[in-house]
Structures are given as C-alpha cells and as structure tokens.
Write a protein that binds this ligand. Structure first.
Ligand SMILES: [Zn+2]
Length: 255
C-alpha cells in the first residue's frame, strides 16, 4: 500500500456519512511521505469521495517557513501560499500549514482534522477545557493520552498556525511528549497519529469521550479519575501492552 493509498483510505473512513465526523468539504488529512514532504488534501475536496487527484504534494519546510515569517508580511505569505501546488492545478487546504506543524513539531506521521458534532458541542461551550484536560475513564488515556492541547479560537490560516506552533512547543516542553489530539475551540479537532489507523482510533475515542462528558454534565458534575489513577494507567504494564496491541492493529476497517 502506498502513502497515497493510505491517505485516501483514511480520508474516506473519516468522511463516511455513518461516522458523521464531517459534512460537505469539511475536514482534511495529510501524511508524511519523506523527511520534508507530505501529501495534504486539496482545498474544496470532499473527504468521503477523496481520490488520488484530491491530494497535493508539498514540502513541509516551505509551509513552515511561511508560518515563521513576521506578521507584517502577511500579504506576501498569502501570495506565496497561493503558488503552492500551482504545478498540479490543485491548491492545498488553507489548513495545510497546521498539518505541516503537526507533522514537523508534533512528531506525527499522519493527521486527520474533523468537525465531529459531539466534540464541537463541547468545543463550542464553556466545557472545552474539560474535554482537553479531564480524564474520565481508562481507555481515554490509552488512546488519547493524559492531556490534550486546547487552542483558543483565532482566525483560521496564518494566525491559527502560529498559535498552534507556539502552544505545541509549550505543551511538549511541559508534558515531555506531543499531544495525541489538538482541540481547536469553536472549530474542531486534529488527531496526530503514527499511522492512519491510529488517527481513526483517536478521532473515534475523542467522539466517545465527548458523548460521555455531555451525558455526565447533563445529569450533574463529572467524576474524573484522580491524577494518581491516571498516572497508574499511563504507566501500568498491562495498559502499555494494550496500547501496543492497539497499535499493532494497523488496518483501517473496510468501507
Ligand atoms: Zn476545520
């Protein structure tokens, strides 16, 4: 299976109507194909029906350089971005800069960005930080880690890419590891995986955690796991075994 096959399969899985993670041309995906290259969904393409022509091959360093340019030069950055992928006739998604940062700084190999209803219900409420920081059951830690990164709402595009880059660096310095999920307030989620299968698992678990949190909040207050219990699960050998087994199942479910 080629990287292009992998990212097409993941895109169709994330876009499948029964999963209800995105509608229309919402969401996007990317995969690292070399030390400095990625395939990223083209602007306007639909995840559910994605095909080979819907992905643009771009250099990570080219996108990261745009994010690193001082804010005063935003107009020239917009022009440079519009030239990316010009040779293929397809432009990368406006969120391509975020993908480049997640692949480059977040140590991931595959990224899936979606707008699931249960996740966005929390991200569009006063409970966004709860979703990112409160651990309510063991499987949540196994798949999503102990702490996700929550980014407050800013304009999509360059401002958002810059903020994610800075907060991601802070998160890695504080937690000693990149997050499995980046939640964008009033917007959606980014799953950072080592494989396409992991991106799908992270997304599905984030949806499940969100559903349980909403139900719990509707009937009263949540009862989180203690820090001690969370740490135990994170470090326990059988949980590490379970994580390894999960990571061993790298086939995406058949469509
Ligand atoms: Zn989005």
């Amino acid at each position: 299976m080629t990287d292009l096959d992998r990212i097409i399969s993941l895109s169709r899985a994330l876009g499948a109507p029964e999963r209800d993670l995105v509608i229309l041309a919402e969401g996007n995906t990317s995969i690292r194909t070399g030390p400095d290259r990625m395939l990223v969904k083209a602007s306007g393409a639909n995840l559910a029906t994605a095909g080979p022509e819907d992905f643009v091959d771009v250099a990570l360093s080219e996108l990261i350089a745009l994010v690193d340019v001082p804010e005063t030069d935003d107009r020239s950055i917009a022009e440079a971005f519009s030239r990316l992928g010009a040779a293929t006739g397809r432009r990368p998604s406006v969120e391509a800069m975020l993908h480049a940062i997640c692949l480059h700084e977040g140590g991931a190999s595959v990224i899936g960005h979606t707008h699931p209803v249960p996740v966005n219900a929390l991200l569009c409420s006063e409970h966004a930080e709860t979703l990112a920081s409160v651990v309510i059951y063991p499987e949540q830690i196994v798949v999503l880690g102990r702490k996700a990164l929550l980014i407050p709402y800013v304009d999509p595009g360059l401002s958002l890419a810059r903020l994610v880059r800075d907060r991601l660096r802070e998160h890695i310095a504080a937690q000693d590891a990149p997050p499995k999920v980046i939640y964008l307030a009033n917007h959606g989620m980014f799953a950072l995986g080592a494989s396409a299968a992991e991106v799908l698992r992270i997304t599905e678990m984030a949806v499940k955690v969100s559903r349980i949190m909403q139900a719990g909040l509707a009937i009263g207050a949540l009862s989180p796991l203690t820090t001690h219990a969370s740490d135990r699960i994170h470090e326990r050998e059988d949980e590490q075994h379970r994580r390894a087994v999960l990571h061993g199942s790298e086939q995406l479910p058949a469509q």
